[in-house]
Design a binder for this molecule. Sequence first.
Ligand code: F6P
Length: 462
Amino acid sequence: MAATFGAAQVLVASNRGPVSYELGEDGSLHAKRGGGGLVSGLSAIGPDTGALWVCSALGEGDRQAVRTGVGEPGVRMLDIPADVHADAYNGIANSVLWFVHHMLYQTPLEPVFDAEFRRQWASYEAYNLAFAEALAAEAAPGAAVLVQDYHLTLVPGQLRELRPDLRIGHFSHTPWAPPEYFRMLPDDIAAQVLRGMLGADRLGFLTRRWADAFTACATQFADGLGETAVGVHGLGADADFLRRRSHEADVDERMAALREEIGPGRRTIVRVDRTELSKNIVRGMLAYRALLEDHPEWRERVVHVAFAYPSRQDLAVYRDYTAEVQRVASAINEEYGTEGWTPVVLHVKDDFARSLAAYRLADVALVNPIRDGMNLVAKEVPVVSDEGCVLLLSREAGAWEELGEDAVGVNPYDVSGTAAALHEALVMGAGERAERTKRLSAAATALPPAQWFLNQLDALRG
Ligand code: F6P
């Protein structure tokens, strides 16, 4: 049988796509477009280049859209059965691979790789194969395919078998686990993940550290990298977009409202995160509490503005973590708050304009993840800061490699050390703060999303 080819010259594959659909009460569908590095990267190659984004339907709205033929040009959503998707996304990608790469397990009791894990793994294989088959059907001869993230580690190998003519890249937006942690996976599963990844012509990582960890795993648990090249592309902040967007009227309105909540003349320690286990929000609050304890002079003079937006709420461990963030914030407010001063201002409803407002007015940005692929907040704050902001940055964030010199470094587990760093940040002179912010902003925007994407495409095409 003659192979049939598609028409797309450049293909991107990711679990979450650039658009999602919400079902209205009357059954109508509303499209919501997302932002982020990939969206602006792909737009850089222009609308006429035959690009296609393959993604998964995530909710009922998306499924309805696929079934009724609603869609966007340049996007193909896969209607993978909801139970298969849930096992692959919640069960394997977010509860196993995410935990391995971010080293999140509480190892006395977890992980447990049993029959239920094997059942979910079969779904992960099927979900990856659905992507590989769709890409194989859509790709023009010799097309470039850029597969994204830990959700799709098997796709490069599966696609290579179906379409040996393609140029296949894979990019990890997460850290990669060091060999001693990666080997926690059952041997055959670890080997399968590596085989899948090594089906790519080229693997991309956000930092040298994660790239080296992958290479070490491939060396120890497979036959090395073989024909696969490994490259580092440190995604930067989109300066033009951020500067424009952060001066629109809705952001000014949010700034005024935030200033009201904070109170006149007070300093601000700002954090903005998805409520994600790796972001270390609770220890950040404990460090703030220690600051108020160790340096009572800051009481009534500083406010911790924490935005913790819901994420992966299908998973109980994420729901529990969200509840713990709220509990600790309330406990601090109860213990230290006064008539006119709320020590922690916590918001959990996602609001991008308000995030930008907080970036602009922050005196200190607290970015203290346990482990993070890059952390774009660390890069965005210095770009939009009005008067300079001290960046408190975990040395375990990928961004540390590029920003470490002008940030104040923290060990994310060291609560007392983080409290001391908060004090150091709060007393830093305005001149030094502004100088550091300028250098941080330059480093943070060195590789804008469009260039980040084009560099990968060029390298893949060779
Ligand atoms: O950080 C890795 C990553 O896949 C990012 O690329 C993305 O922003 C996020 O995690 C996706 O999370 P989710 O789709 O589960 O909300």
